[in-house]
Design a protein around this ligand. Sequence first.
Ligand code: SF4
Length: 219
Amino acid sequence: MPVSDTSPVRVYEIYDSIQGESTLAGMPCTLVRLAGCPLRCNYCDTPQALPFDSGQEYSIEQVTDEIRQRNRPLTLVSGGEPLAQKSCLALLSALAEISPILQLETSGAFNISQTDSRVRRILDIKTPGSGENKRNHWENLNFLKDGDEIKVVITSHDDYMWAVTILRKYQPVVPVLFSPAWGDIQPSDLALWILEDHVPARMQLQLHKHIWGAETTGV
Ligand code: SF4
């Protein structure tokens, strides 16, 4: 696949952690957080990385050098919204060459069809409670493949019902993970709703917040 834009990327931070979400939760990983996001979700837990001029510029080679040195089994590219930066596609292809497993977490507001086929995409579907559900690029559901997954952050019972309706309408072929918005709903409530309704979704908690606390950054 031709990837044309290899200009530097704006990186907010790179650090080692335990993948806190997704079907790979619990794996040691290195997280590459790209700077900048045009969305403003009500529950955003990385407001510091939203400005496009936050962080600093890295060449793609500088990022891959750092990932090589850290030598983790999983690399996670997150944000911000990584795909808001044009050279993110080239970065992903470069990281796919050296990362045993490479995940991308994206808001779903940008077309995901051009990402390298080796990337495992975590596609957020934004609920009404996020305040950004009009940004969902529904066509992305047609591009999902093996290794990808869907994440839905649930802020209320109304959000949950909305997500169930979406699941039943689109019947995605990849795992779907429901995540309680931190501080908005009780995990036990979401678990009960999923069980009562026989919803074909998995529940996930943000493991890193349970390990290090919700306010701790850079882990
Ligand atoms: S898409 Fe992600 S980074 Fe952007 S505002 Fe929403 S939660 Fe925050």
